[in-house]
Design a protein around this ligand. Structure first.
Ligand SMILES: Nc1ncnc2c1ncn2[C@@H]1O[C@H](COP(=O)(O)OP(=O)(O)OP(=O)(O)O)[C@@H](O)[C@H]1O
Ligand SMILES: [Mg+2]
Length: 509
């Protein structure tokens, strides 16, 4: 009897200028959920990409059920029963769910795949594991949560016994996270084994059996979850104590910086998802928007920042009407934007980190003079921001694509905060960040507030909303239905308001 289904022993993987995995060992028991924890850039995705055959290690050995193996590419991994759901999904957007699931899997003897047979199998698998999807829907039309279920089904369709989940919960709403946890439970009950990467210590405590910690590419060790706690995990991972509470003084709000009146913004299906919304944010305060995903948050932000056309209503920034101005014009009015989707709106992945740091300002002084870019100044600036925000990258010349997910996020935040906009819009700003980085980013947002900037925060993490906000606006069906003082509310009441319930004590303010 072999105790481990996977053994990765003494793995080393180098990239130009960096040792991403330095002598790391991870052993997975059959039927367990095993957490892989480490700071942004610690080497988690790299280690899992090695297991999935995307990278070849320079040293170390991998055993599957006790047998030494060479995983030369993902097809070999699939054949060994290893499946992976990546940090950034890899689906073809104009293909259907079923087409994506069967894409690249082995054809039948006749060399063809029968789509309706495949759809049937997909349907069976989805019922067996509670992974509800619409087999004929196009990827571009379905939610992120469903896209993730498609990725999971894709691995199961190929017969995966060992599942690697790289930060699956970072992109999910609290409700979807609950569902995913149930799915993972069902998977291990059916005899599968799971490696789970997440920065959320609560989730590790809730669902995992053991946890392997890595720090700056080195293995720190493996602990039993029943014998540890979140503080200890955080300390193992960061190498110092982490404070989960945010320190902040009372806000000193000044004039209204952002004033929204009767705003209507349509969604992709031409249905008003922002539907007569009124909101104001003052200079010197953090206004947090709480709401269940899909109640107009995305369209609201895209409307303010000029990424989506506004149907009617008014948006004034510092007294100036900006409705339907171009994104560039709105940016120049003094708006910073940390977007929800870092790949779609945050970065140009093939540009260097330096170039990404001046995406909105490259045409201005001092980065440009009479139409000629001054690369020295651009890279000087990038170097300073990388240092200040602890963006872990080999250099400022590295393409954004080569950075770890969390470090890409830190780079965007650095750029947006550094421009010192009078209105900073932060959508899910700490998504995918480790606990240490979250602590730092929270203190930066408060610093901006204290400098007299207006901060509009949208987050699905109620903890984050409660800890950071000076006022909380609840969004429901495209309207602000309540504005509450975080000191006078709790998560329960917020949850109720977010579901369309009324506050007992007061009417809508
Ligand atoms: N393809 C690549 N080319 C060059 N460097 C890379 C590449 N992939 C990763 N790296 C580097 O290897 C290190 C580890 O990155 P990795 O993506 O494994 O981190 P991570 O632990 O998954 O972090 P996060 O929590 O932010 O996702 C980082 O310094 C990263 O910049
Ligand atoms: Mg990663």
């Amino acid at each position: 009897m072999e105790e481990y289904v996977i053994e990765m022993n003494n793995i080393r993987k180098e990239f130009p200028g960096i040792v991403a995995n330095d002598n790391i060992t991870l052993q997975l028991k059959k039927g367990e959920i095993h957490a892989l924890l480490g700071e942004n850039g610690a080497g988690k995705s790299t280690l899992m990409n090695v297991l999935f055959g995307l990278y070849q290690p320079e040293e170390g050995e991998i055993k599957v059920k006790g047998q030494p193996v060479k995983i030369t590419d993902p097809n070999v991994a699939n054949r060994l029963g290893i499946g992976m759901v990546h940090q950034h999904f890899m689906l073809v957007h104009n293909f259907t769910v079923t087409e994506n699931i069967i894409l690249g899997s082995e054809p039948t003897k006749s060399g063809k795949i029968n789509i309706s047979d495949a759809a049937k199998k997909v349907d069976e698998l989805s019922k067996q594991y509670g992974l509800s999807v619409d087999p004929y829907a196009k990827i571009e039309d379905i939610s992120v949560g469903m896209q993730q279920r498609v990725e999971i089904l894709k691995t199961l369709y190929r017969g995966a016994e060992i599942l690697i989940f790289d930060e699956p919960t970072a992109v999910l709403t609290p409700q979807e996270i609950k569902e995913l946890i149930q799915i993972m439970d069902r998977l291990v009950k059916e005899g599968k084994s799971i490696i789970l990467i997440t920065h959320k210590l609560k989730e590790i405590m809730e669902v995992c059996d053991r946890c392997t910690v890595i720090r700056k590419g080195k293995g720190i060790g493996t602990v039993n979850i029943s014998e540890t706690n979140p503080d200890h995990l955080a300390e193992l991972m960061v190498g110092r104590e982490v404070h989960f509470k945010v320190d902040k003084k009372e806000a000193v709000p000044k004039d209204v910086e952002l004033e929204i009146k009767d705003l209507v913004v349509m969604d992709a299906r031409n249905i008003p998802s922002v539907n007569g919304l009124n909101l104001s944010v003052k200079a010197g305060e953090i206004l947090g928007i709480a709401g269940v995903d899909g109640n107009g948050q995305t369209e609201l932000i895209e409307g303010i920042t000029g990424l989506r056309k506004v149907k009617s209503g008014s948006i004034k920034i510092n007294g100036k009407e900006v409705v339907n101005l171009s994104s560039r014009k709105i940016t120049e009015t003094g708006v910073g934007h940390i977007p929800q989707d870092r790949h779609k709106h945050g970065l140009v992945l093939d540009y260097t980190i330096g170039e990404n740091m001046v995406l909105q300002t490259y045409y201005q002084k001092p980065f440009s003079k009479s139409g000629i870019l001054n690369f020295n100044t651009i890279y000087e600036k990038a170097k300073q921001l990388i240092k200040e925000y602890d963006v872990r990258t080999p250099s400022e010349y590295t393409p954004a694509r080569a950075l770890s997910g969390g470090n890409q996020q830190k780079a965007i935040i650095a750029r947006e905060v550094d421009r010192s906009p009078s209105l900073l819009i932060a959508a899910q700003p700490t998504r995918g960040l480790d606990v240490g980085a979250i602590e730092f980013i929270h203190s930066k947002l408060i610093e901006e507030r204290d400098k007299g900037k207006a901060v509009l925060l949208v987050s699905f993490e109620l903890d984050e909303i409660m800890n950071l906000s000076d006022r909380i606006a609840v969004i429901y069906e495209g309207k602000i239905v309540a504005v509450v003082d975080p000191k006078e509310t709790n998560e329960q009441e917020l949850g109720l308001l977010m579901a369309g319930g009324k506050r007992e004590s007061e009417g809508v303010s």
